[in-house]
Design a protein around this ligand. Structure first.
Ligand code: CTP
Length: 210
């Protein structure tokens, strides 16, 4: 059984010294990878730029941009039994990259952004029979509605929804609380607990109820 997990943010370069990114620290994805390796599965972790040690027994591939992550994830997902996208992939990147360091000028600067590939949606379009695809939904409002929309739109088996407006869980925290929504209308609440515990329960759910 091979499990592929993505984690952390991506960085979208503006010029040689600047980038667009987000607050993801990668802790949730790394916890899932650690739990999967502890359970004895072949585990591949595709990580954006984070400051975390690789869990024992995990094969790690470091990437920077959403495009790098798309290439690595699609390559590893081809023969994976389970793919879990916990990464906070940028939805937009600068349309043009400036070589060297941009010099400031008088007046405002307008940065034009273009969409990145939705990796999870692409995986959902080529999902093999029996392959389990899991996404994350980080929301500040209408958690259930938006999570269920993503589950359906991206052809997922499970989505783990968390409320990132809460300061006690989520970004950077060692704890999390998620609700797992399954394609067969399952709704499983995992109350606040250390991310390692959430990770183990998430894996138990998606592997046993497949
Ligand atoms: N994701 C992805 N590729 C992207 C963006 C997100 O694979 N370019 C994945 C994330 O890893 C996560 C899920 O999709 O598993 C999050 O869904 P998404 O629609 O990106 O959520 P938001 O960025 O919050 O989007 P929205 O603005 O639609 O709420």
């Amino acid at each position: 059984m091979k499990i592929v997990i993505s984690a952390g943010p991506t960085r979208e370069r503006i010029d040689a010294v600047r980038f667009l990114s987000n607050r993801s620290t990668g802790k949730m994805g790394f916890a899932i990878a650690g739990a999967a390796a502890d359970m004895g599965y072949e585990t591949v972790l595709i990580a954006g730029p984070v400051h975390l040690d690789t869990p024992d027994g995990v094969r790690r591939i470091d990437v920077e941009s959403a495009a790098d992550m798309a290439a690595a994830v699609k390559c590893e997902a081809a023969d994976a039994d389970v793919v879990i996208m916990a990464a906070a992939v940028a939805d937009y990147r600068p349309r043009r990259q400036i070589s060297g360091k941009m010099k400031k000028k008088e007046g405002d600067l307008i940065l034009e952004l273009e969409r990145t590939e939705d990796i999870l949606k692409s995986l959902g379009e080529v999902k093999r029979p029996g392959q389990i695809l899991v996404g994350f939904a980080a929301e500040t409002e209408n958690l259930e509605l938006y999570a269920l929309d993503k589950l359906k739109r991206k052809n997922l088996d499970w989505i783990a929804a968390n409320d990132v407006s809460r300061s006690d869980i989520g970004f950077g925290s060692n704890d999390n609380a998620v609700t797992l929504y399954g394609r067969n209308s399952e709704r499983i609440q995992l109350p606040v607990a250390p991310k390692a515990e959430i990770a183990a329960k998430l894996l138990d759910t998606v592997l046993t109820k497949a």
